[in-house]
Design a protein around this ligand. Structure first.
Ligand SMILES: [Zn+2]
Ligand SMILES: [Zn+2]
Length: 140
């Protein structure tokens, strides 16, 4: 079952960011050192703490997109919109690539993830498919 922490982790991994990368981007005065911020991210992903809205907003602005509505619904154990099984994007929170926002390739797989290495590695007909990586989206 998808937990709020797992959802958060999938969104981070879809942006190709490590926990330390995220910590460096979001650390703020009053949050302590980068390694403490990294622990904070780890605790969120392990579902040991629940991220506040202010934290989720900061993470979305500075590191990777995370849909606060989806996160809150998962925390509460309530239904969520359709999510991509790989990157956990949703219609409110689509992947933005060169071709614009992603769409649904399958009921639970978005078009951006059809060409992601994690997916193609499972069923790649040849190596060139693995190399056709769109690259991590930068939201700098
Ligand atoms: Zn996806
Ligand atoms: Zn997507």
């Amino acid at each position: 079952m998808l937990t709020a922490g797992k959802y958060f982790q999938k969104r981070r991994e879809a942006a190709a960011l490590s926990i330390d990368d995220v910590a460096e981007r979001i650390v703020a005065p009053g949050w302590g050192a980068v390694h403490l911020t990294a622990n904070f991210v780890r605790e969120i992903e392990a579902d040991r703490i629940v991220a506040e809205d202010a934290s989720l907003t900061r993470i979305s602005e500075r590191a990777f997109p995370v849909d606060r509505y989806v996160y809150r619904q998962l925390v509460a154990g309530l239904a969520v919109p359709a999510l991509c099984r790989v990157c956990a994007c949703s219609w409110m929170d689509a992947c933005i690539g060169d071709a614009g926002p992603c769409a649904w390739a399958e009921p639970d797989l978005c078009t951006a993830c059809v060409s992601r290495p994690l997916v193609t590695a499972l069923a790649a007909p040849n190596i060139s498919d693995l190399l056709r990586r769109p690259g991590a989206a930068s939201r700098a």
